[in-house]
Write a protein that binds this ligand. Structure first.
Ligand code: MN
Length: 434
């Protein structure tokens, strides 16, 4: 776990006023990495601060940042920075924090090193090598499992390992790109199997976990080394076509119902920035098996969890036209997860599987125990159709609907930091080519 240092000091302020307004996702205590471009210009790396982006390449040219990590953070993909590991990204964070702090001489160069976020386009910051989606929320599995089989609602392995499947890296896309409703097949009410646009497209509110460093094939990662593989975090929408999923899942698991598209937020909120929000791993209820020794450590029990408030909102075409605010559908917290990110790393590599810089984990649908903490529509529908302002209702997502995720690390005495948005509009299914 990263240490608390002066970059987290709640009294530290930026010379940029929008970073100090108390509401921004990007105060000086955050400093997430991303990739942006301006109209007609090449993609390059940046750091979010208030309503601006620090142009890392411009700061390098002016001599305001130095070193190999800063070079890597200026590139159009951040894999090289992630390969350098947490030591390098942590040292760069200290440089950037000093540069943007009150009293820094860099304020004189503000016009040359800052780009307004509203004038920039944000890109997928990483060449995603592999994408694995976990299922670590007890309440998600239990709530849906109770409908299928109240005697045994959880998968048999759930309390023994963080369950996961290999998903698709090629369809991971950045916030803002539309998601096309997929075509697929499943049995209809008349029993006939037909092919056509999914009728039950769902969102899954998940944490994105970005990996750094590398373990060679055949070399597992012990719990003591797992935290140094966690580069940072974001928001992830594991779009799911439930009709296709139910039909294709047995016995090999999710396939086309999940690979249709995955949306991630554009900023990599670093492990260092998340240090103040580390909490004990969720305590296991009496009677649950303890994790096997290779998935357990004192450090993980004490600081393996994360306090992150996660929200999902829906904006329908009618609400958009009427100028209404998006309606919140989900309010949950990563704190209630049954397994921690470090345990995901150790389990994933426990058979000798290599994990690479730029690999992506989804946490699984982050549902919590409370009403309103259901983190996908399939769970929300257990309480009946979703009621929206203006008399609208929803079962699953309709074309033109926009799903918006937000997330914030929160802890007493710490400056709260945000993840930015993860959003996408549902576009109609493509017509089948001739
Ligand atoms: Mn998922």
């Amino acid at each position: 776990m990263s240490k608390i240092d002066r970059t987290h000091d709640p009294l530290r302020r930026s010379w940029l006023p929008s970073a100090n307004d108390g509401h921004t996702d990007f105060p000086i205590q955050n400093l997430p990495f991303g990739v942006f471009s301006r109209e007609g210009e090449a993609r390059r790396g940046g750091v979010a601060i208030g309503d601006q982006i620090l142009d890392v390449a411009a700061a390098l040219r002016l001599g305001l940042l130095q070193g190999e990590a800063a070079q890597a953070a200026s590139e159009p993909q951040l894999n090289r920075l992630m390969a350098m590991g947490l030591g390098a990204s942590g040292a760069l964070r200290e440089q950037v924090s000093a540069l943007l702090s009150e009293g820094s001489l860099a304020t004189a160069e503000a016009d040359r090193i800052l780009v307004p976020m509203r004038a920039a386009r944000l890109h997928l910051p990483v060449q995603v090598g592999n994408f694995t989606d976990f299922m670590v929320a007890y309440d998600h599995c239990h709530r849906l499992g109770m409908v299928r089989n109240p005697q045994a609602p959880l998968p048999p392995a759930f309390k023994h390992l963080p369950v996961a499947y290999h998903s698709r890296a090629s369809t991971v896309r950045v916030s803002g790109e539309p998601v096309h409703r997929p075509n697929g097949q499943w049995p209809r009410e008349d029993g006939q199997v037909r092919f056509g646009p999914s009728e039950s497209l769902d969102y899954e509110l998940e944490l994105a976990i970005w990996l750094c460093g590398e373990n060679a094939t055949g070399t597992p990662v012990p719990m003591s080394r797992a935290p140094e593989r966690l580069f940072g975090y974001g928001l992830l929408n594991d779009w799911s076509a439930r009709d296709m999923q139910r039909w294709e899942m047995p016995p090999l698991g999710p396939f086309l119902a999940k690979s249709l598209s995955t949306t991630v937020s554009p900023w990599l909120v670093t492990a260092q920035a998340m240090a103040p929000f580390a909490i004990p791993a969720r305590a296991r209820p009496e009677g649950d098996p303890p994790p096997l020794p290779h998935l357990d450590s004192t450090q993980n029990r004490e600081t393996g969890g994360l306090s992150i408030a996660l929200e999902a909102y829906l904006l329908t075409p009618r609400m958009r036209e009427a100028g209404e605010a998006p309606q919140r559908l989900t309010a949950t917290d990563f704190a209630t997860m049954y397994w921690t990110p470090a345990q995901m790393v150790v389990h994933h590599a426990s058979n000798g599987c290599s994990l690479l810089p730029g690999d992506l984990f989804g946490s699984g649908t982050c549902s919590g125990p409370d009403t309103g903490a259901e983190a996908c529509i399939a769970e929300l529908l257990l309480r009946g159709p979703i009621q929206l302002p203006g008399g609208e209702t929803r079962r699953f997502l309709q074309d033109g609907d926009e799903v918006i995720f937000r997330g914030r690390g929160h802890a007493p005495g710490a400056v709260s930091i945000g993840f930015g948005e993860c959003r996408a509009v549902i576009a109609p299914a493509p017509s089948w080519p001739d």
